[in-house]
Design a protein around this ligand. Sequence first.
Ligand SMILES: Cc1ncc(COP(=O)(O)O)c(C=O)c1O
Length: 366
Amino acid sequence: MAEADGDQFSPAAPGPAAAAAVPAAPAPVDLRSDTVTRPTPGMRAAMAAAEVGDDVYAEDPTVNALEAEVAALFGHEAALFAPTGSMANQIAIQLLVPPGEELLCDADAHVVTYEIGAAAAVGGVSTRTWSPVGADLDPEVVAAMVRPDGYHAVPTRAIAVEQTHNRGGGGVIPLATLGQLRRIADEAGVGLHCDGARIWHAHVADGVPLATYGALFDTLSVCLSKGLGAPVGSLVVGSAERIAWGRTIRKRMGGGMRQAGVLAAAGRYALRHHVERLADDHARAARLADALAPFGVLAGPVRTNIVPLDLTKCGFDAPALGAAARERGVLVSVLGPRIARLVTHHDLDDTGVDRAIAVLTELFRR
Ligand SMILES: Cc1ncc(COP(=O)(O)O)c(C=O)c1O
């Protein structure tokens, strides 16, 4: 039995069998999502050093600093730290849409695809969707869907868009389109929400200032735990009045955290160190796309860190590709019978991309 020395546990010395063991296989190249990243040593140091307090009393200085910084980045009055992007979206939806009234969004939007019916189940919100078009949305189609107050009708209270669009292959909605949507929302007197889990990627890809995006929306949700590489955390951004009510909604949903400054510190670190480097993730996604394009498997153009695959014209279905790639040390996301996805992120380097290209091109060549 190995002995503990103070608070250091000394593991048993490796026996002869372990000494002769073959070197461990390299860790898989994980292209499933940009949520798989682990905090860097610098981020962990920032977390360890964070000043904290009870955030339900609004007394955590690090959370308060993060909220003020993010509000300022988007040119809004206030922001609210939430544990997840899903909760941040759902708080924003409840801020804009009363129970029994309506939110419009893309049929592939995260808020209606991957949040387990929360808009209806938690917010009592009715949703109506336009056909999935990713980032290529036509504002006139949305305008035609807006329903005014009236006898028997479910009135539209808000429109939500996703920037970048996750199931839309990481596409970036052009600024001009968003401007048109803002005018449509103003004319109709409805709110406009941005699910900006990856708005940082749009900012880096198109060079649009975050405050320019901020000015277009009544509420935004932005994630620290996707491309930015923090372990936890999202924020809702909006007016001081809305965010004050959002604090109540967050508590009601069980999202009031106590000494959350250790998490907010990771987010503050990520904002300082991990935004501009997203250009590297985009370049790696473009390299993957260039290598796979000759096999006719790209579902669309690659603008940011997501490479969407449509396997209809190749010999694989998506689960078979996922299994074959996994056996060879590459993890991909299977999103449907013929749809898969590769995502680049902070924990993926050029060597990982080379390995993924070698494995996937070898499989597609069969
Ligand atoms: C576009 C988008 N919005 C919201 C979320 C939700 O984030 P979370 O997993 O933190 O709830 C995700 C998660 O991947 C996402 O891709």
